[in-house]
Write a protein that binds this ligand. Structure first.
Ligand code: NAD
Length: 474
């Protein structure tokens, strides 16, 4: 772990092996901490807070920029670690590391632009002000699918605004996070500002801790419910970035070539394990067969294998249990009459024997009540549904209990605008890839959670507003 600027073992001395999902082999050991280690981390973060928050914002910004450059300088090595513990192809891992530094610098530039306001109060002898103040010690809990991106979305704004932080990565992907935070300290991040703890059950300890003022949580909707319940004890501020089942509508007038390429990447990158991946596809009948045909060719051509091999475009699922769950969801759809267009099986051969591989899968003519449409599918499977028109597509898209993102492909401005307004989602993409941008707020509605990360909104959420009224000073 990293506590008070130094790598430390768990007080208990326990460790746990981290395994490669492509081979099952151990890629390293990680300290296995407990509540006593979290206490040390909170002590360090509490000690660091007065000096970190008291720095002139430009100085804090310079330190964050230098720390981010140190991460950049070790990007290839960290990307290798990320692929080894998570399974994603090396190119995707490298992109995740380089965007980590980019976003830190974007937030560093914001550090001296956190403004309060002066507010007229109706009585000219009074001066009303709002001040924006950092919260104190904050907590971040990240999942395994994009460990660095989802840590970065919390620590970038938190640190820029003057907070200190305890970061708890997923227990199966701690090594890349530890490598990044070690690099930030080599780059000059002061001790105690950012601490990393790893261990079973530490997430809920972070949520319950009385000295932690806010928790930024990214994970499943089921865990999000537990986090919200546990946060009630200390009335902790929360941002919950939870599961998604993002719909994509393709209308008859869409550019099919671009749509097919983006949908393929948008569903199968990171082996389908992305919260904002395209998880349900609704295609208007005039282009249905043509699009299914294009997708079938593109998806069948995806090279599957160990993400460390340069030609590989899709790695294994992260855990064996997750592969079984996706297989059950596929079987349910087939039992309800769906057509298997491609995939649906475990790839065979020596290279695939020990990993959690599943061939990229397309399901056509999927029944509206199938689990692949009502549940989040966190793996390489795309269900396709035929629709008559935009209104039917919107009504099917909005049937989900999730509301993270949604996208549409159409040449009609009127259809695009209608969809942008009607989608029940926190993010809408029109004729483009469902990417997240650190400049734009990201987050969900419905059971995809609440609060926003990224953008100015994400920064301001790491501050409290204090109202101050000055009477006559004379
Ligand atoms: P998860 O909920 O199992 O775990 C997420 C994190 O929470 C891990 O660090 C885990 O150790 C920790 N945790 C587990 N139980 C906890 C508890 N009771 N209290 C506090 N922390 C606890 O999720 P996962 O399987 O690691 O990640 C996949 C899920 O994350 C998917 O549902 C995906 O859609 C979602 N996700 C959402 C976003 C988003 O921005 N909305 C982004 C990425 C992933």
């Amino acid at each position: 772990m990293i506590i008070d600027g130094r790598p430390v073992e768990a007080i208990s001395g326990r460790t746990r092996a981290v395994r490669n999902p492509a081979s099952g082999e151990a890629v390293g050991d990680v300290p296995w901490g407990g509540p006593e280690d979290l206490e040390r981390a909170v002590d360090a973060a509490s000690r660091a807070f007065p000096s970190w928050s008291g720095l002139p914002a430009r100085e804090r910004a310079s330190i964050l920029v230098e720390a981010s450059r140190a991460v950049d300088s070790r990007a290839e090595e960290i990307a290798g670690t990320l692929t080894g513990e998570q399974g994603k192809p090396l190119a995707e891992a490298l992109g995740e590391v380089t965007r980590f530094g980019e976003q830190m610098r974007w937030y560093a530039e914001m550090a001296d632009k956190i403004y309060g306001t002066q507010v007229p109060l109706g009585d000219p002898s009074l001066l009303g002000l709002t001040l924006r103040e950092p919260l104190g010690v904050t907590g971040a809990i990240a999942p395994w699918n994009h460990p660095l991106t989802l840590a970065r979305n919390k620590l970038g704004p938190a640190l820029a605004a003057g907070n200190t932080m305890i970061l708890k990565p997923a227990t199966t992907t701690p090594l890349s996070t530890l490598a990044v935070v070690a690099a930030m300290h080599e780059g000059g991040l002061p001790a105690g500002v950012l601490n990393v703890v790893v261990g079973e059950g530490l997430g809920s300890e972070v949520v319950r801790h009385p000295r932690i003022k806010k928790v930024g949580f990214t994970g499943s909707t089921a865990t999000g419910r537990q986090v919200m319940a546990a946060a009630a004890g200390t009335l902790k501020k929360l941002v919950l970035e939870l599961g998604g089942s993002d719909p994509c509508i393709v209308l008859d007038d869409a550019d099919l070539e671009s749509a097919a390429a983006v949908i393929t990447a948008g569903r199968f990158s990171n082996c389908g394990q992305t919260c904002r991946g395209i998880k349900r596809l609704y295609v208007q009948e005039g282009v249905y067969d043509a699009l299914v045909d294009r997708l079938s060719k593109a998806v069948s051509a995806i090279e599957v294998g160990d993400g460390a091999r340069p030609a590989v475009r899709m790695g294994p699922l992260h855990t064996a249990g997750q592969r079984e769950e996706v297989e059950e969801q596929i079987s349910d759809a087939l039992d309800r009459g769906a057509t298997l267009v491609c995939g649906g099986h475990r790839p065979e051969g020596h290279d695939f024997a020990a990993g959690n591989f599943l061939a990229p899968t397309l399901l056509a003519d999927v029944d509206g009540d199938a689990r692949v449409l009502s549940e989040e599918v966190f793996g390489p499977c795309l269900p396709i549904v035929r629709i008559h028109d935009l209104e039917e597509g919107l009504s099917e898209a909005n049937r989900s209990r999730y509301g993270l993102g949604a996208s549409i492909w159409t040449a009609s401005m009127a259809s695009a605008w209608r969809a942008a307004r009607a989608f029940e989602a926190g993010f809408v993409w029109v004729n483009t890839a469902p990417s997240a941008y650190y400049q734009l707020p990201f987050g969900g509605t419905k059971e995809s959670g609440f609060g926003r990360e990224n953008g100015i909104e994400g920064l301001l959420d790491y501050t409290d507003v204090k109202s101050v009224v000055f009477g006559d000073l004379g």
